[in-house]
Design a protein around this ligand. Sequence first.
Ligand SMILES: *Cc1c(COP(=O)(O)O)cnc(C)c1O
Length: 422
Amino acid sequence: MTGNGNIPFLDLVTPHLELEEELVSVFRSALKTAGFVGGPMVEDFERDFAQFCGVQYCVGGGSGTDALRFALIAAGVQAGDTVVTVPNTFIATTEAISQAGARPDFVDIHERTYTMDPEKLRSYLETQCTPSLATGRVVSKRTGSPVTAVIPVHLYGQLADMDPILDLAAQYNLIVIEDACQAHGAEYFSKKEDRWRKAGSLGRAAAFSFYPGKNLGACGEAGAVTTNDRALAERVRMLRDHGQVRKYHHDIEGYNGRLDAIQGGVLRVKLRHLAEWNEQRRECARGYDALFADTEGAVILPHVPSWSRPVYHLYVVRVADRERLQKDLSAAGIATGIHYPIPLHLATAYKTLGFRPGDFPVAEQAASQVLSLPMFPKLSPEQQQRVVTHVALSAKANDQRIYVPDRHAGESRRTRCGLLDP
Ligand SMILES: *Cc1c(COP(=O)(O)O)cnc(C)c1O
């Protein structure tokens, strides 16, 4: 923690120092066997994480990007397919689609949750695709290829609205791969099943990232696929290890995408604290919510529908003049982030896909207005108070109306009471 009163965006040092002895002993035991890649430390973590997510199988990998790519390939996505996701995600989501040989396509997000809008997915499938009798699937008019899979992204630690997405996927024969890279432990209330379900247990498979800054982070790069599909889990095991089931017996071409033993051991130690850390993040979010309630709606707060128990990977507010607020906070020593400034359909990397500004207006407007405030388990009430004070000061100095986007004026408080469930 910084001693000068500055507030960092996240604090990766404190939790690791608190666990220093345990983490160092992981390294020591790896040295004793020199089993640095795969092995029992990885298998133990896989078992524990599968249990945490409420699934039968977890297969560790080198990163969240690996996990997404392996999940897509193992689920049967093929070269030339089209895979649908949202524009406001980290580029790893669409990289994995392209690297599996498929073409990314997008549907817009829900205005308040920032996750895939099931109605937009429906209208995409109904109006922008044509049924193909040969495959039993629909063909995208834009890409001219069959739409075989959909990747809802559980952004900022909150699940996408999965019930209607799963219904549409069943109706249109789509594979559902969850991008759960920001949602370790987040929950969704499935009306169909009348119970809460964990991120990573709802699709055919899910991908997690254990990049250090995630809610569960390794001391390096790591990721995992979770699934209840035994055959799919076996294929991911092969893909991560050069397509071999036994050493030098390569049934298919695969990748070098295994999980290090040390990272497996580190993750297993840290997993024991994840529920507590997530609860502390929720407490911080409640603190922010309560403090912002007294600021006359200076900003639009995160919206939590009744079916969602988020884990606040990020606490994201929305303002009309994001750049000005970010500058004012920075001048006050408060670090913030933007997730993400450029929606992927407008990224230079995807120029050749031929999208234009205006294609996904909800995602585009969100991209220009979202600001991620400091959020980590040990963020103190005093630090939260300082953040909120400076947001309110900035709003006042710059004329409140500049801050709350017109259409949302007055909403930020009400939404906390659940009156605006989508
Ligand atoms: C972090 C992240 C990824 C990629 O994970 P890596 O471990 O960095 O490869 C993918 N999708 C989302 C939404 C992420 O936040």
